[in-house]
Design a protein around this ligand. Structure first.
Ligand code: ZN
Length: 311
Protein backbone atom coordinates (compact mmCIF):
# COMPACT_ATOMS: atom_id res chain seq x y z
CA UNK A 1 0.00 0.00 0.00
CA UNK A 2 1.75 3.19 -1.10
CA UNK A 3 2.02 5.93 1.47
CA UNK A 4 -0.37 8.69 0.52
CA UNK A 5 0.45 12.37 0.56
CA UNK A 6 -1.30 14.40 3.26
CA UNK A 7 -3.61 15.72 0.56
CA UNK A 8 -4.45 12.19 -0.51
CA UNK A 9 -5.41 11.36 3.03
CA UNK A 10 -8.00 14.10 2.71
CA UNK A 11 -8.94 13.30 -0.84
CA UNK A 12 -9.38 9.54 -0.79
CA UNK A 13 -12.50 9.29 1.36
CA UNK A 14 -14.31 11.65 -1.01
CA UNK A 15 -15.36 8.70 -3.17
CA UNK A 16 -17.78 7.12 -0.77
CA UNK A 17 -20.08 4.19 -1.22
CA UNK A 18 -22.96 6.68 -1.06
CA UNK A 19 -21.51 8.74 -3.87
CA UNK A 20 -20.98 5.66 -5.98
CA UNK A 21 -24.41 4.33 -5.19
CA UNK A 22 -25.93 7.64 -6.20
CA UNK A 23 -24.14 7.52 -9.51
CA UNK A 24 -25.27 3.94 -10.11
CA UNK A 25 -28.85 4.82 -9.27
CA UNK A 26 -28.63 7.84 -11.57
CA UNK A 27 -28.04 5.66 -14.61
CA UNK A 28 -31.43 5.47 -16.31
CA UNK A 29 -33.01 2.00 -16.27
CA UNK A 30 -33.99 2.33 -19.89
CA UNK A 31 -30.31 2.39 -20.62
CA UNK A 32 -29.67 -1.22 -19.62
CA UNK A 33 -30.79 -2.99 -22.82
CA UNK A 34 -28.52 -0.81 -24.93
CA UNK A 35 -25.58 -0.68 -22.56
CA UNK A 36 -23.46 -3.03 -24.64
CA UNK A 37 -23.65 -1.20 -27.98
CA UNK A 38 -23.41 2.18 -26.25
CA UNK A 39 -20.51 1.01 -24.16
CA UNK A 40 -18.78 -0.29 -27.25
CA UNK A 41 -19.33 3.03 -28.99
CA UNK A 42 -18.10 5.00 -26.00
CA UNK A 43 -15.03 2.82 -25.64
CA UNK A 44 -14.28 3.19 -29.33
CA UNK A 45 -14.67 6.95 -29.07
CA UNK A 46 -12.68 6.97 -25.85
CA UNK A 47 -9.78 5.02 -27.29
CA UNK A 48 -7.33 7.67 -28.41
CA UNK A 49 -3.70 8.06 -29.25
CA UNK A 50 -1.59 9.70 -26.57
CA UNK A 51 -0.16 13.04 -27.65
CA UNK A 52 3.51 13.00 -28.63
CA UNK A 53 4.16 9.24 -28.51
CA UNK A 54 0.95 7.96 -30.17
CA UNK A 55 0.44 5.20 -27.57
CA UNK A 56 -3.16 4.01 -27.46
CA UNK A 57 -4.97 5.16 -24.31
CA UNK A 58 -8.51 4.81 -22.99
CA UNK A 59 -10.05 8.18 -22.14
CA UNK A 60 -13.60 7.82 -20.83
CA UNK A 61 -12.97 11.10 -19.04
CA UNK A 62 -12.21 13.84 -21.57
CA UNK A 63 -9.16 16.00 -20.92
CA UNK A 64 -11.35 19.10 -20.48
CA UNK A 65 -13.14 17.35 -17.62
CA UNK A 66 -9.82 16.33 -16.07
CA UNK A 67 -8.69 19.95 -16.25
CA UNK A 68 -11.92 21.35 -14.77
CA UNK A 69 -11.98 18.88 -11.89
CA UNK A 70 -8.25 19.35 -11.30
CA UNK A 71 -8.87 23.02 -10.62
CA UNK A 72 -11.24 22.08 -7.79
CA UNK A 73 -8.86 19.42 -6.48
CA UNK A 74 -5.98 21.89 -6.62
CA UNK A 75 -7.79 24.51 -4.54
CA UNK A 76 -8.90 21.88 -2.03
CA UNK A 77 -5.31 20.73 -1.62
CA UNK A 78 -3.55 24.08 -1.59
CA UNK A 79 -5.95 26.46 0.17
CA UNK A 80 -5.38 24.86 3.60
CA UNK A 81 -1.60 24.93 3.01
CA UNK A 82 -1.85 28.61 2.12
CA UNK A 83 -3.73 29.26 5.38
CA UNK A 84 -1.09 27.33 7.33
CA UNK A 85 1.65 29.44 5.77
CA UNK A 86 3.27 26.49 4.00
CA UNK A 87 3.53 27.88 0.47
CA UNK A 88 6.54 29.63 -1.07
CA UNK A 89 8.22 30.35 2.26
CA UNK A 90 11.79 30.52 1.00
CA UNK A 91 12.08 33.12 -1.79
CA UNK A 92 15.35 31.61 -3.02
CA UNK A 93 13.82 28.14 -3.41
CA UNK A 94 10.70 29.52 -5.07
CA UNK A 95 12.81 31.56 -7.49
CA UNK A 96 14.85 28.48 -8.33
CA UNK A 97 11.82 26.29 -9.05
CA UNK A 98 9.96 29.03 -10.94
CA UNK A 99 13.01 29.82 -13.11
CA UNK A 100 13.46 26.19 -14.10
CA UNK A 101 9.75 25.68 -14.75
CA UNK A 102 9.51 28.86 -16.82
CA UNK A 103 12.19 27.47 -19.12
CA UNK A 104 10.41 24.11 -19.50
CA UNK A 105 6.90 25.32 -20.30
CA UNK A 106 7.66 26.88 -23.74
CA UNK A 107 8.69 23.44 -24.97
CA UNK A 108 5.54 21.85 -23.58
CA UNK A 109 3.59 24.42 -25.58
CA UNK A 110 5.67 23.55 -28.65
CA UNK A 111 4.51 19.94 -28.30
CA UNK A 112 0.88 20.90 -27.82
CA UNK A 113 0.19 24.53 -28.84
CA UNK A 114 -3.30 24.52 -27.30
CA UNK A 115 -1.69 24.22 -23.86
CA UNK A 116 -0.66 27.89 -24.13
CA UNK A 117 -4.13 28.48 -22.68
CA UNK A 118 -3.45 26.30 -19.61
CA UNK A 119 -3.05 27.79 -16.16
CA UNK A 120 0.67 27.08 -15.98
CA UNK A 121 1.79 27.77 -12.42
CA UNK A 122 3.96 26.28 -9.69
CA UNK A 123 3.80 26.44 -5.90
CA UNK A 124 6.56 25.31 -3.54
CA UNK A 125 5.08 23.42 -0.60
CA UNK A 126 7.07 23.74 2.61
CA UNK A 127 7.07 20.10 3.68
CA UNK A 128 10.61 18.82 4.32
CA UNK A 129 9.42 15.25 4.92
CA UNK A 130 7.63 14.78 1.61
CA UNK A 131 9.62 13.90 -1.50
CA UNK A 132 7.16 14.75 -4.20
CA UNK A 133 6.18 16.97 -7.11
CA UNK A 134 3.24 16.94 -9.48
CA UNK A 135 1.64 18.67 -12.45
CA UNK A 136 -2.12 18.42 -12.73
CA UNK A 137 -4.09 18.33 -15.96
CA UNK A 138 -4.21 21.98 -17.03
CA UNK A 139 -0.68 22.86 -15.90
CA UNK A 140 -0.96 23.56 -12.16
CA UNK A 141 2.19 22.27 -10.47
CA UNK A 142 3.57 21.78 -6.98
CA UNK A 143 7.05 21.02 -5.71
CA UNK A 144 7.68 19.79 -2.14
CA UNK A 145 10.75 21.02 -0.24
CA UNK A 146 11.38 17.45 0.94
CA UNK A 147 12.68 16.71 -2.53
CA UNK A 148 15.50 19.22 -1.97
CA UNK A 149 16.18 17.93 1.55
CA UNK A 150 16.36 14.27 0.49
CA UNK A 151 18.05 14.52 -2.91
CA UNK A 152 20.06 17.76 -2.81
CA UNK A 153 19.34 17.99 -6.54
CA UNK A 154 21.16 20.15 -9.06
CA UNK A 155 19.10 22.51 -11.23
CA UNK A 156 19.45 19.98 -14.05
CA UNK A 157 17.96 17.26 -11.85
CA UNK A 158 15.09 19.49 -10.72
CA UNK A 159 14.43 20.18 -14.41
CA UNK A 160 14.16 16.42 -14.96
CA UNK A 161 11.60 16.12 -12.17
CA UNK A 162 9.49 18.99 -13.44
CA UNK A 163 9.90 17.96 -17.09
CA UNK A 164 8.70 14.48 -16.17
CA UNK A 165 5.69 15.89 -14.30
CA UNK A 166 4.78 18.24 -17.15
CA UNK A 167 5.05 15.27 -19.50
CA UNK A 168 2.42 13.38 -17.50
CA UNK A 169 0.02 16.30 -18.02
CA UNK A 170 0.90 16.74 -21.70
CA UNK A 171 0.27 13.05 -22.36
CA UNK A 172 -3.12 13.22 -20.58
CA UNK A 173 -2.09 10.69 -17.96
CA UNK A 174 -4.34 12.21 -15.31
CA UNK A 175 -7.40 11.89 -17.56
CA UNK A 176 -6.30 8.32 -18.23
CA UNK A 177 -5.99 7.51 -14.51
CA UNK A 178 -9.33 9.22 -13.83
CA UNK A 179 -10.87 7.05 -16.54
CA UNK A 180 -9.44 3.94 -14.91
CA UNK A 181 -10.54 5.08 -11.46
CA UNK A 182 -14.09 5.77 -12.62
CA UNK A 183 -14.33 2.56 -14.56
CA UNK A 184 -13.22 0.57 -11.53
CA UNK A 185 -14.97 2.42 -8.73
CA UNK A 186 -18.13 3.76 -10.24
CA UNK A 187 -18.93 0.83 -12.46
CA UNK A 188 -19.90 0.51 -16.06
CA UNK A 189 -23.24 2.30 -15.71
CA UNK A 190 -21.51 5.61 -15.37
CA UNK A 191 -20.19 5.14 -18.86
CA UNK A 192 -23.81 5.46 -19.96
CA UNK A 193 -24.11 8.71 -18.04
CA UNK A 194 -20.92 9.94 -19.63
CA UNK A 195 -22.19 8.92 -23.04
CA UNK A 196 -24.84 11.64 -22.89
CA UNK A 197 -24.39 14.84 -24.85
CA UNK A 198 -23.18 16.57 -21.70
CA UNK A 199 -21.48 15.41 -18.55
CA UNK A 200 -24.27 15.12 -15.97
CA UNK A 201 -23.88 16.72 -12.56
CA UNK A 202 -23.39 13.36 -10.88
CA UNK A 203 -20.81 12.24 -13.40
CA UNK A 204 -19.02 15.53 -12.88
CA UNK A 205 -19.11 14.98 -9.12
CA UNK A 206 -17.59 11.56 -9.60
CA UNK A 207 -14.98 13.08 -11.90
CA UNK A 208 -14.02 15.61 -9.23
CA UNK A 209 -13.44 12.83 -6.76
CA UNK A 210 -11.55 10.80 -9.33
CA UNK A 211 -9.28 13.78 -10.04
CA UNK A 212 -8.02 13.74 -6.47
CA UNK A 213 -7.77 9.98 -6.23
CA UNK A 214 -5.95 9.80 -9.58
CA UNK A 215 -3.22 12.09 -8.31
CA UNK A 216 -2.30 9.54 -5.65
CA UNK A 217 -2.45 6.43 -7.85
CA UNK A 218 0.72 5.03 -9.31
CA UNK A 219 1.20 5.61 -13.00
CA UNK A 220 1.41 2.61 -15.25
CA UNK A 221 4.79 1.43 -16.48
CA UNK A 222 3.85 2.64 -19.97
CA UNK A 223 2.88 6.08 -18.67
CA UNK A 224 6.14 6.31 -16.73
CA UNK A 225 8.24 5.45 -19.79
CA UNK A 226 6.26 7.94 -21.83
CA UNK A 227 6.78 10.70 -19.24
CA UNK A 228 10.50 9.88 -19.04
CA UNK A 229 10.84 10.06 -22.80
CA UNK A 230 8.97 13.38 -23.12
CA UNK A 231 10.39 14.87 -19.91
CA UNK A 232 14.06 14.38 -20.77
CA UNK A 233 13.48 16.10 -24.11
CA UNK A 234 11.61 19.04 -22.56
CA UNK A 235 14.51 19.50 -20.14
CA UNK A 236 17.19 19.16 -22.85
CA UNK A 237 15.43 21.69 -25.08
CA UNK A 238 15.22 24.03 -22.07
CA UNK A 239 19.01 23.76 -21.66
CA UNK A 240 19.25 21.14 -18.91
CA UNK A 241 21.73 18.30 -19.10
CA UNK A 242 19.99 15.03 -20.10
CA UNK A 243 22.62 13.04 -18.18
CA UNK A 244 21.01 14.41 -15.01
CA UNK A 245 17.94 12.22 -15.68
CA UNK A 246 20.13 9.23 -14.88
CA UNK A 247 21.71 10.74 -11.76
CA UNK A 248 18.27 11.87 -10.54
CA UNK A 249 16.98 8.30 -10.57
CA UNK A 250 20.15 7.05 -8.92
CA UNK A 251 19.44 9.49 -6.09
CA UNK A 252 15.78 8.46 -6.02
CA UNK A 253 16.83 4.82 -5.71
CA UNK A 254 18.97 5.68 -2.68
CA UNK A 255 16.06 7.50 -1.02
CA UNK A 256 13.82 4.54 -1.71
CA UNK A 257 16.42 2.16 -0.25
CA UNK A 258 16.69 4.31 2.87
CA UNK A 259 13.69 5.62 4.72
CA UNK A 260 11.33 4.53 1.92
CA UNK A 261 9.27 7.65 2.47
CA UNK A 262 9.16 8.95 -1.06
CA UNK A 263 5.69 9.94 -2.18
CA UNK A 264 7.18 10.55 -5.57
CA UNK A 265 8.20 6.92 -5.85
CA UNK A 266 4.78 5.72 -4.69
CA UNK A 267 3.11 7.53 -7.60
CA UNK A 268 6.00 7.08 -10.04
CA UNK A 269 6.99 3.42 -9.83
CA UNK A 270 10.53 3.01 -11.04
CA UNK A 271 11.04 0.04 -13.32
CA UNK A 272 14.45 -1.57 -12.96
CA UNK A 273 15.41 -0.60 -16.46
CA UNK A 274 14.49 3.06 -16.05
CA UNK A 275 18.02 4.43 -15.64
CA UNK A 276 19.24 2.35 -18.58
CA UNK A 277 16.37 3.55 -20.77
CA UNK A 278 17.09 7.18 -19.89
CA UNK A 279 20.83 6.71 -20.43
CA UNK A 280 20.07 5.29 -23.88
CA UNK A 281 18.18 8.49 -24.74
CA UNK A 282 21.05 10.79 -23.74
CA UNK A 283 22.99 10.81 -27.07
CA UNK A 284 19.85 11.78 -28.93
CA UNK A 285 19.09 14.56 -26.41
CA UNK A 286 22.59 16.09 -26.18
CA UNK A 287 22.23 18.19 -29.37
CA UNK A 288 19.16 19.94 -27.86
CA UNK A 289 21.10 20.58 -24.65
CA UNK A 290 24.20 21.84 -26.46
CA UNK A 291 22.25 24.09 -28.82
CA UNK A 292 23.43 27.68 -28.29
CA UNK A 293 20.17 29.36 -29.41
CA UNK A 294 18.46 31.62 -26.86
CA UNK A 295 16.17 29.69 -24.50
CA UNK A 296 12.59 30.98 -24.43
CA UNK A 297 10.86 31.70 -21.13
CA UNK A 298 7.14 31.45 -20.29
CA UNK A 299 5.95 33.65 -17.44
CA UNK A 300 3.95 31.46 -15.06
CA UNK A 301 0.46 32.52 -13.99
CA UNK A 302 -0.03 33.81 -10.44
CA UNK A 303 -2.20 31.63 -8.20
CA UNK A 304 -4.82 33.62 -6.33
CA UNK A 305 -6.56 31.90 -3.46
CA UNK A 306 -8.75 34.84 -2.44
CA UNK A 307 -10.89 34.75 -5.57
CA UNK A 308 -10.94 30.98 -6.06
CA UNK A 309 -13.70 28.95 -4.47
CA UNK A 310 -12.85 25.53 -3.13
CA UNK A 311 -16.16 23.70 -3.23
ZN1 ZN B 1 5.93 9.71 -13.39
Amino acid sequence: MPRLTPAAAIASPVVTAATLGAVRRAAPRVFRPVIVPVLAAVLLAACQSAPVTGRSQLLIVPEETAIASSQTAYMQMLSPLQKQGKLDNDPAVTKRIVTITERLVPHAINYRPETAEWQWSVKVIDDPKTVNAWCMAGGRMAFYTGLIVALKPTDDEIAQVMGHEIAHALAKHQAEKMSQTMAKQVGLNVVGVLAGPKFSGLAMQAANSAAQVALTLPNSREAESEADRIGIELAARAGYDPRSAVTLWQKMAKVSGGSGKSDFLSTHPAPEKRQEALAALVPQMLPYFEDRSPRPVFRLKPVTFATARAE
